[in-house]
Ligand binder design. Structure first.
Ligand code: IPM
Ligand code: MN
Length: 375
């Protein structure tokens, strides 16, 4: 029996709908396998700005810090250009969680299911054997640049003698690179033992340093094959020959972009889960934040159309990484595979011959499967 505390931050748009299904699956695991999960639900993003005046309140932050894991839905955004410099922005919640809890490694597995080959924009022969794990650096880089002129401020739009200008800075310390690269090599030891490090070393100084660090860490892992790849080439090869990749490690913004691209291998961005991890330990694993990689999709919010699988698989990652429940995590992943294998599809994945269901029905079928599989 495991006892654990989970803070749930459903957020905005489709966040609450998909998180409800992920939580239902976790509740099924709790009952079926005899664990005890204490759940705290708090506001985040636009929801929190409206109710509490800030994207994430200090008290919510504290509750997160006292938990074993955070289950996160999605946060909305203000229309680009609005709210600049003025009021709080919803994304600040994520940035603060990632930074202050030291979640520097964002794991994003991409494993196209055979039953969904037809839903992908790639031909099936290109998808065969594709099984990637992105390790996206999550707590530095352009998202957290440092202005020499204004310490603590990552970027700004400012008036200059020649007119208005904007600045973002891409800064990585050796230590910030090393800890995420090391994480990638260690994960590779438990997979196919291959690391692709993605950078733009023909242009960026931060990438030149990144390569140096990779060389050094690689020398300590002689059984892991590794390569450097420029990010533009990587964007192409992900679509041409995705099966050549195993672990892909890269800086924050490159990882953000490449994983949206890679999600198309699986048929829908709604399929992809993620785990954001640092070094803090829980009783049986590592403290982490778990969220689908998709956004708040306001256009379909509240209409029972969102794909809950990315959120549900994020719950599986939570079980594995933060609660040390590998068998239960595998049971959830198998349940997803089985239900998809039966032809059930949310509207993002419709193919000829498939049965279209809503968010809730998809969640219920997976939940039922988790319960019956252990019987
Ligand atoms: C993600 C999202 C976020 C990011 C946004 C919401 C700020 O796209 O988690 O991939 O860019 O990191
Ligand atoms: Mn993204």
């Amino acid at each position: 029996m495991s006892a654990a505390t989970i803070t749930v931050l459903p957020g905005d748009g489709v966040g609450p709908e998909v998180t409800d299904q992920a939580l239902a699956v976790l509740r099924a695991v709790e009952e079926t396998y005899g664990h005890r999960f204490t759940v705290h639900r708090r506001r985040v993003g636009l929801d929190a700005i409206a109710a509490e005046g800030t994207a994430i309140s200090d008290s919510t932050f504290e509750v997160c810090g006292q938990s074993d894991a955070i289950l996160f839905g999605a946060i909305g955004s203000l229309p680009p250009g609005t709210g600049r410099g003025a009021g709080p922005r919803p994304e600040e919640a994520l940035f603060r969680l990632r930074k202050e809890f030291g979640f520097f490694a964002n794991l994003r597995p991409v494993r196209p299911l055979e039953a969904l080959y037809g839903a992908s924009s790639l031909k099936p022969e290109h998808l065969k054997g594709a099984d990637l794990l992105f390790v996206r650096e999550l707590s530095a880089g352009l998202y957290y640049g440092r202005l020499e002129s204004v310490p603590g401020k990552p970027s700004e739009i400012r008036r200059a003698p020649h007119g208005t200008e904007a600045v973002d800075t891409l800064l990585y310390t050796e230590e910030e690179i090393e800890r995420v690269v090391r994480a990638a090599f260690e994960i590779a030891l438990r997979r196919e033992r291959k690391v692709t490090s993605v950078d733009k070393a023909n242009v960026l100084s931060s990438s030149v340093l990144w390569r140096e660090v990779v060389e050094r860490v690689a020398a300590e892992h002689p059984t892991v094959a590794y390569e450097h790849m420029l990010v533009d080439a990587c964007a192409m090869r992900l679509i041409r020959t995705p099966s050549e990749f195993d672990v892909v490690v890269t800086e924050n913004l490159f990882g953000d972009i490449l994983t949206d691209e890679a999600s198309m291998l699986t048929g829908s961005i709604g399929m992809l889960p993620s785990a954001s991890l640092g070094t803090r330990r829980t009783a049986a694993g590592t403290f982490g934040l778990y969220e689908p990689i998709h956004g708040s999709a306001p256009d379909i919010a509240g209409r029972d159309r969102a794909n809950p699988v990315g959120a549900i698989l994020s719950g599986a990652m939570l079980l594995r990484h933060s609660l040390g429940l590998a068998r239960e995590a595998a049971a959830v992943e198998e349940a997803v595979e089985a239900v998809i294998g039966e032809g059930l599809r949310t509207p993002d994945l419709v193919e000829p011959g498939s049965t279209v269901v809503g968010t809730r029905e998809m969640g219920r079928r997976i939940t039922d499967r988790v319960r019956s599989a252990s019987a």
